[in-house]
Ligand binder design. Structure first.
Ligand code: GLN
Length: 201
């Protein structure tokens, strides 16, 4: 059994819990989900998910509760993490917003709500590196990734802008893979055959 921690201080927690369980099942792996609202739980997690929601709130609570440093340690240990939308903002290098004290785990800079200035939310069929068929990507006031570090792999672009990236053990998306029944992005983040594969350890 793999233990998956879903950061649950705020945001769309149950959708991620459901998706990571189903992704595990697709690979014959039992996933036990724990909701992370306090410190002390992350060290026992094999996988970590940081959901969408409100990045200023999530960031503040992660620091207040002492969870932030544990998430950093998880990633520095090479363990896989999926961060979506607000989760991407919180784990980025720079969000250009004083109210978000970013964790600097994904070497990108983001612009909060940048897609939303044109169109609040939309769904688009997205070609994602490693997936055979387009992924139904739901964007909700999504951040734009406007700078990408040298070691970051861009997995998908929309409108010529990166919307899914991998930085070491972390996959991060501007969109919400947890809001559609399709769990292929969760499978890619946690069970794909590469160095971030928990099954390979
Ligand atoms: N716009 C939100 C923020 O900046 C993120 C939106 C989302 O997670 N759907 O926190």
């Amino acid at each position: 059994t793999l233990v998956a921690g879903v950061v649950a201080v705020q945001g769309d927690v149950s959708e991620h819990a459901d998706a990571v369980r189903r992704a595990g099942r697709a690979h014959g792996e039992d996933v036990e989900v724990r909701e992370i609202r306090e410190s002390g739980l992350v060290p026992d997690c094999d996988l970590l998910l940081v959901p969408g929601g409100e990045s200023t709130t999530i960031s503040r609570l992660l620091h207040e509760e002492g969870i932030a440093t544990e998430i950093v340690a998880h990633v520095e240990a090479g363990k896989p993490m999926l961060a979506t939308c607000a989760g991407l903002i919180v784990t980025s290098r720079d969000a250009k917003d004083d109210r978000v004290d970013t964790l600097d785990l994904v070497d990108v800079s983001v612009d909060r709500n940048a897609f939303g200035r044109q169109k609040d939310s939309f769904e688009a069929p997205l070609d994602v590196e490693g997936l055979d068929e387009p992924f139904p990507a739901v964007f909700i006031r999504a951040p734009v990734i406007d700078e990408v570090g040298d070691d970051v792999a861009v997995l998908a672009t929309w409108d010529d802008r990166p919307v899914a990236v991998r930085d070491g053990p972390v996959v991060a998306t501007s969109f919400h893979p947890e809001l559609t029944p399709d769990v292929r992005v969760h499978r890619l983040a946690f069970f794909a055959a590469d160095e971030a594969d928990p099954l390979a350890r």
